[in-house]
Write a protein that binds this ligand. Structure first.
Ligand SMILES: C[S@@+](CC[C@H](N)C(=O)[O-])C[C@H]1O[C@@H](n2cnc3c(N)ncnc32)[C@H](O)[C@@H]1O
Length: 511
């Protein structure tokens, strides 16, 4: 047994941590895992995170929040030792789960064997409470712990809104409902000036209104320096669990400086990443009030973003509004009908959007096709007219994220229509729009260039009204000319793309 341990030590602290990680993961059931977000980082990805820091100098205080068995600290120590960093490391690993403490202590002592001048300690605490105490404004400056490097793979899941930590965070101005963003937000508050934070997290914080305050806080206090994305969204690198798309990023507590380095690898952590630099403005557009974080993965994506950003109009500038369909089916069950009979009107679901048109009633399906007209439902209806409908969730099989279709009055046998909540609707003050404009908008939204651009800021398959509002659009005349032609063209990707290029020359050659 001693010989085995010696061999492992000789192999380095990360290899030993890897054995502990695998042993612990094998003993986990789904419940523990979900409760504490115990999706540990395999060694190659831990190395990738550690590899993102600029080598620091002097006394370097390192924080590993939600440390698990210490794989990330071990990866950092291995890098420091192999590159001969001229610094003295002081490690703090915070972990809540007492079943992991033995393994974590062992990993830290392996680290101290590799760099004898280093120091290390385990804090057995809830990181949120621990960090909130450190970040509290009433703590005198000299008592406050600050860190030069933070390396983290935070747990994720909902932060219980009724919990004491949620209330405490709210008082500190940390307003978020997700564990991972709360971890990163608090950890960033503990960075010393010039301190660096590297984290692997879901990509979901890069867009969407839920995470806006989080993005604002990060971008106000820190600068985004590196973003790493994985080619395959299904890469199973967190203990074999296929989860949502993850990214790795590095922020520095200092004013924003261009450029930002974007790197892309397969997700195995074993291949050489492709890298390029982009201006900070092409990641967070200076005039974007939503502060979406876009990730142009290569040069042509930067060019695409610039061309799209140069289009003249917003949706509001076109006089058009994006809303989600008003019928939430599980809340309106008693009003839903299988077919349009008696005093009912058509109800449009995403399945009715086919080949750029609305095909209602469509093939037989388990979904209702109509909704009863009553004082309770009337507020959910729109008068018949030309609308553009967009699916809110694109299925995995769909090759495009944005799937749009035109609804014309003749498509339905009624004077009013209702849209289900999984459909977005483009309308003009709750009425339809001019027909050619509707067709032009649908072609534009269904185009390859919009799809490519959309993927830069939207890591998931959801398309919200806010996403549609954040896009820029061609001028009205071009959209109308495009729409006038599109009606007579058979629906097909190549034909739509060619039509768009002909009518909006600024978008030529970008796909
Ligand atoms: C995604 S795992 C990552 C573990 C380790 N850093 C790694 O990369 O392998 C998140 C870790 O955070 C711990 N954790 C969850 N909630 C915590 C909390 N409130 N305070 C401290 N640690 C917590 C979990 O027990 C788990 O070890």
């Amino acid at each position: 047994m001693a010989a085995v341990v010696d061999d492992l030590l000789a192999a380095g602290p990360l290899t030993c941590a890897e054995q502990r990680r695998v042993a612990h993961a094998e003993g986990l059931n789904g419940e523990n895992r979900a409760e504490l977000g115990q999706y540990f980082t395999p060694a190659p990805i831990a190395r990738l995170l550690a590899g993102m820091f600029e080598p620091p100098e002097g006394r370097v205080r390192v924080l590993d929040p939600g440390a698990g068995v210490g794989s990330l600290s071990a990866a950092l120590v291995e890098r420091a030792a192999s590159e001969g960093w001229r610094c003295s490391l002081d490690l703090t690993a915070v972990e809540i789960d007492d079943r992991l403490l033995g393994g974590l202590e062992s990993t830290l002592s392996d680290c101290l064997e590799v760099i004898p001048s280093a120091q290390g300690r385990v804090e057995h605490s809830d990181f949120l409470t621990w960090a909130a105490t450190q970040a509290e404004p009433e703590i005198f400056q000299h008592d406050r712990q600050q860190f030069d490097l933070v390396i983290m793979n935070p747990p994720y899941g909902k932060l219980r809104t009724a919990s004491a930590s949620h209330e405490r965070l709210r008082r500190l101005g940390v307003r978020t409902s997700n564990l991972y963003s709360a971890f990163v937000w608090l950890a960033s508050r503990l960075l010393a000036p010039g301190g660096q934070l590297v984290a692997i997290t879901p990509r979901s914080f890069c867009n969407g209104s839920y995470f806006r305050s989080f993005r604002q806080a990060l971008l106000d206090d820190c600068s985004l320096r590196d973003i790493h994305v994985f080619e395959s969204r299904d890469t199973a690198f967190r203990d074999g669990a296929v989860l949502q798309e993850n990214i790795v990023f590095r922020i520095v507590r200092s004013p924003q400086r261009s450029p930002v380095q974007i790197s892309v690898s397969s997700g195995s952590g074993l291949d050489e990443a492709r890298r390029h630099h982009v201006s900070a403005d092409s990641v967070v557009h200076p005039t974007d009030p939503r502060l979406f974080i876009r990730i142009p993965e290569d040069r042509s994506s930067v060019e695409l973003a610039e061309q799209m950003g140069g289009l003249p109009l917003t949706l509001a500038g076109l006089g058009v509004t994006a809303s989600t369909g008003r019928v939430v089916d599980f809340r309106s069950r008693e009003h839903l009908r299988d077919d349009c009979e008696g005093d009912t009107i058509p109800l449009i679901y995403p399945a009715h959007l086919r080949q750029g048109r609305v095909k209602w009633p469509g093939e037989s399906s388990s979904k209702p096709r109509a909704i009863a007209v009553s004082p309770e439902t009337e507020g959910m209806f729109l008068p018949s007219g030309e609308y553009v409908l967009i699916k809110r969730f694109s299925s995995k099989e769909e090759c495009r994220r944005v799937v749009a279709a035109v609804l014309e009055p003749a498509d339905l046998p009624s004077e009013v229509v209702a849209m289900e909540n999984h459909v977005n609707v483009l309308h003009v003050s709750n009425r339809g729009m001019e027909r050619d404009l509707a067709w032009g908008l649908a072609v534009y939204l269904n185009s390859t260039v919009v799809d490519l651009f959309f993927r830069q800021f939207n890591g998931h398959t959801q398309v919200n009204a806010a996403h549609l509002e954040s896009l820029r659009y061609p001028d009205v005349q071009s959209l109308q000319a495009l729409g006038a032609k599109a009606r007579s063209v058979e629906f097909g990707q190549a034909a739509l793309d060619t039509l768009l290029e002909r009518h909006v020359p600024a978008l030529k050659g970008l796909r």
